[in-house]
Design a protein. Sequence first.
Length: 242
Amino acid sequence: MNDTTTDLLLGGRVAVRQPVSGYRAAIDPVLLAAAVRAKPGDKVLDAGCGSGAAMFCLAARVPGLALSGLEVQHTHAVLAAEGIGLNKFTDTFIITGDILRPPPDLLNAFDIVITNPPYGNTGTPPPVESLAIAHMEGEADIETWVDACLDCLRPKGRLVMIHRADRLSEILAALEASGTGDIRILPIFPKAGVAARRVIIDAGKCRRSPDTLYPGLILHEADGTYTPAADAVLRGAGPLAT
């Protein structure tokens, strides 16, 4: 189809089918997948999976997972299903549905939920509908989204999300209100000496351990190229420490 592209991630290890216009994955889902401490046999849900970039990168890093992607936009769900075939993944499924109203069989079912939720809560929505749905919160503010993801986790399961750094206080408040603990925070810095623009948060459902703030990842050198640490994650499929 001429309105879609097939794009490669992790140095060519993963193929993702994406629309030419509308929401397209950048590096955030790749970073999200790298922060997940999964092991073979874990059941993982990608809440709002889009075309599947995060879950596919996770599948490439950790074989033997049982992966499900939940996506509200039918067009993206179809592309994610095509991506499963392209990558020859097994035990990987796409469900068209809304994390705010998940199918009953998803509740309390997963060891890990990963999510790259809509970041925007103010401003004018993008004119393209699929972008507006992907980028703007709509009826789901951060607290609602966090609660919905936690509802899909088993006790002691982990919620791993990437979001804007300037909304960290809202995210932590939502996690505290929901009874999570052992919260691990990893800042993502554009360059050395520049404030973080993204954070990855890994929180434990029904856990009480103290929180941890990690040193973080610097993405770019002064000349705009990736740092060796970032390149090892984005192209080499290496893990992030959380």
